[in-house]
Ligand binder design. Structure first.
Ligand code: TYD
Length: 206
């Protein structure tokens, strides 16, 4: 495939959208064809799946949830991303299979290797050329929010979940250091953007 596949990963609010915007503008200035997309919800079918997994009321069994994300991914890669890459486009995507491993795995019910295998089956083995992990420490992120004086059990559970997500991401990055660029998301926006551009530039000139 002649294009370049770049994905952004990280916790909610780590700055993926800001950095994707900056990368997209820089790529346009260089005259590259760029496709911005995301999961879940990068296709019409995907928008319906997104509605189900993120906004539907009521419980969804863990395996069903994992399959819904994988179904969104299968359709998105087959109908949008793969054709774009074949046409030489740079694809800049918010979230991909690492999100499934980190989030569905953090629920403690599903095994990380199984989730990864399911996604890889769904996309016929397509891995990104580069995955930018915007890493934000959970406490740091939280202390930026309004200070709380009373202990909140749900908040504490949420913090625990997010720290498992973060650990899962860091383990994925450690297992594939060639594919991942791990950045401290608390650094200044322009510094982060510069590091991302440097890496993308070296991949483009390969
Ligand atoms: P989204 O609205 O895209 O927000 P953001 O990316 O800014 O956090 O939220 C997507 C949510 O879906 C996010 O909480 C992570 C979750 N998710 C999974 O649990 N598994 C997946 O495979 C994907 C792609 C997302």
């Amino acid at each position: 495939m002649s294009g370049l596949f770049v994905t952004f990963e990280g916790g909610d609010g780590a700055g993926k959208t800001t950095q994707s915007d900056l990368l997209e503008s820089w790529l346009h200035e260089r005259g590259e064809e760029v496709l911005r997309t995301r999961e879940p919800g990068g296709t019409d079918l995907g928008l319906e799946v997104r509605q189900m997994v993120l906004h539907r009321r009521g419980h969804i069994a863990s395996r069903a949830e994992a399959l819904l994300y994988a179904a969104d991914r299968a359709h998105h890669i087959a109908t949008v991303v793969r054709p774009a890459l074949e046409a030489g486009t740079v694809v800049v995507q918010d979230r991909y299979l690492d999100s499934s491993v980190a989030y569905q795995g953090a629920g403690r019910v599903l095994d990380a290797d199984e989730i990864r295998s399911l996604s890889l089956w769904a996309v016929e083995g397509l891995l990104p050329d580069l995955t930018v992990l915007l890493d934000l420490d959970v406490e740091g992120g939280r202390s930026r929010l309004a200070e709380r004086t009373t202990y909140d059990r749900l908040e504490a559970e949420a913090a625990d979940f997010h720290s498992r997500v973060r650990e899962a991401y860091l383990a994925l990055a450690a297992a594939e250091p060639e594919r991942f660029l791990v950045l401290d998301a608390s650094r200044p926006v322009d510094d982060l953007a510069g590091d991302i551009r440097d890496r993308v530039e070296s991949l483009l000139s390969r």
